[in-house]
Ligand binder design. Structure first.
Ligand code: GLN
Length: 537
């Protein structure tokens, strides 16, 4: 049977609870255990798929097509395990299944209540994470902060799980803040004490307390938290601010966090295989060269809206020995810009990531044209592929009215059109083309050269596709259709010959990039960007 770790947060949000949960998972995996992760989001949306990126940042997509919280991206990047639809549970999802069961008559006449029906549903979702993954240890992060009205039923379900399975099979990590007060110049433990009292009021005694602070906690402070919060002093772990998040697992490792967990679970403490992560951290900290990559999007003020893309750029940077500085370019402002060469003056490469709707479209097209004409390495993702095709059709093939029916339903030249299977769909939630689909690469293409294999699987999140009616004319003019989903005859990758790197894909490669294993398309993009900028300097 699996063991369960639950990570709650206290005092304030934004403590890096997700990084704490992933770091612990990474350490347990390095000890030879199969880990799996899950997040509870106590909002009523069924998933974040329908939320604005301004509300929620990026929507992360799992291989099986679940639209999830961006924290799952951190999980996958840290533990390098594929998560699934059981990995992100919202209040909306829980109530949806309880209400469906009630309508079917499954409750046999009972009055349906929060306890036990909602809590049973939550428990079943925790157990499903264990059974679908076959993991030894499942780590569940509870979104929000202790005391929020919204998360109460989740906390109650976890209390029941602890009661059923005992301390040997469940472990509670509480992540809190230990603020530094200027003037008196000391770290304060009172907020931590209060938040543990709050947690206890809900029937949960934490086993481990992780204290976010600006400096290391003294033994004296750890003893104090230990005394007030009823945990042994070594179970008080400090989490000092770090300049790069990859340090967090190493900091916890130094304090024996993984050992404490394995001891409580009565699991064998095998030798840790953490060296690869230490090497990574060393590499990241020692990068000397830097290049600038322009990221053109309409949500650039909120960097979280592109978190997997920016992380993937960094991963490729590690592999190519360069630090990546992102030039965040607002596509709407680019529309008005008279001299765009100014904007891209220092850029080694240009990337247009995914997006929805028509705002800022012409600015993105302008950037793509500039990259194509000036031989600047380009990577287009999803909408960034659709727009690359539109730009090529308009400016190379002379199809001046080329557009997408997403921006103009009645457009005369629908180079990008709604997929057949999408026609007639009214519901917005969960109805895009989502998750893994096969793609076959054309043998002598650049994509094939980068992937070094013919058959790949990539994750998707879109409703529109390239319109095959235009394939021939674009091909004649030099566009290469280098990746195809044969099952539905969908264009998955396009590229241009006679350009150092002009590749765009309908899928989202950023979901599969890992710190020690960059995605092939990001890798080639950064490699060629480095060549380009060195040549032009
Ligand atoms: N809006 C486009 C579509 O639905 C692209 C989606 C995306 O970039 N994720 O097809």
């Amino acid at each position: 049977m699996a063991k369960f770790v639950f990570v709650t947060g206290g005092v304030v949000s934004g403590l890096g609870k997700g990084i704490t949960a992933s770091s612990l998972a990474l350490l347990l995996k390095a000890r030879g255990y199969k880990v799996f992760m899950q997040k509870f989001d106590p909002y009523i949306n069924v998933d974040p798929g329908t939320m604005s990126p301004y509300q929620h940042g990026e929507v992360y997509v799992t291989q099986d097509g679940a639209e999830t919280d961006l924290d799952l991206g951190h999980y996958e990047r840290f533990i390098d395990e594929e998560l699934n639809y059981t990995s992100n549970i919202t209040t909306g999802k829980v109530y949806q299944s309880v209400i469906e069961k009630e309508r079917r008559g499954d409750y046999l006449g009972a009055t349906v209540q929060i306890v036990p029906h909602i809590t049973d549903e939550i428990k079943s979702k925790v157990y499903a994470a264990a059974s679908t993954s076959g993991a030894d240890i499942v780590i569940t992060e509870i979104g929000g902060t202790i005391g929020d009205i919204e998360s109460q039923s989740f906390i109650e379900a976890l209390r029941q799980i602890r009661n059923e399975l005992g301390k040997e099979n469940t472990l509670f990590v509480h992540a809190t803040l230990v603020p530094y007060i200027y003037g008196s110049n000391e770290l304060k433990t009172k907020p931590t004490q209060h938040s543990v009292i709050e947690l206890r009021g809900m029937g949960i005694q934490p086993d481990l307390i992780v204290c976010r602070s600006s400096e290391e906690l003294s033994e004296h402070l750890k003893d104090k938290i230990s005394l007030y919060c009823s945990v042994p002093p070594r179970n008080v772990i400090d989490s000092v601010d770090v300049k790069n998040i990859f340090w967090v697992p190493l900091n916890y490792y130094k304090q024996g966090m993984d050992q404490i967990v394995l001891e409580q679970f009565k699991l064998v403490i095998k030798k840790s295989n953490i060296k690869y992560w230490e090497d990574l951290v060393e590499k990241v900290d020692s990068l000397k060269d830097e290049i600038e990559i322009a990221l053109v999007g309409k949500y650039v003020e909120l960097h979280d809206a592109y978190i997997s893309v920016s992380e993937s750029l960094k991963h490729a940077g590690y592999a190519n020995d360069v630090k990546i500085n992102i030039n965040w370019v607002n596509s709407e402002e680019l529309e008005k810009e008279k001299d765009i060469s100014k904007v891209f003056k220092n850029s080694a490469g240009i990337i247009v990531p995914g997006g929805f709707g028509s705002r800022g479209i012409e600015g993105k097209i302008k950037a793509i044209k500039y990259a194509r004409e000036n031989n600047i390495p380009y990577l287009g993702i999803c909408l960034g592929m659709q727009l690359a095709v539109i730009e090529f059709a308009r400016n190379v093939c002379g199809i001046h009215e080329a557009s997408s029916t997403e921006f103009n339903e009645l457009c005369k030249e629908p180079i990008i059109d709604l997929m057949a299977e999408q026609k007639g769909i009214i519901n917005k939630g969960g109805t895009l083309r989502l998750g893994n689909y096969d793609c076959k690469l054309v043998k002598d293409s650049q994509a094939y050269k980068e992937y070094k294999q013919e058959n790949i699987k990539e994750r998707h999140r879109h409703r529109y596709e390239f319109n095959n009616k235009y394939r021939e004319v674009l091909e004649k003019n030099g566009m290469v259709f280098s990746g195809i989903n044969e099952e539905a005859n969908l264009v998955e990758i396009i590229e241009l010959k006679n350009h150092p790197h002009f590749i765009a894909c309908q899928f989202h490669p950023e979901f599969k990039s890992r710190p020690t294993r960059p995605h092939p398309l990001f890798n080639s993009f950064i490699r060629e960007s480095k060549v380009f900028i060195n040549k032009s300097n």
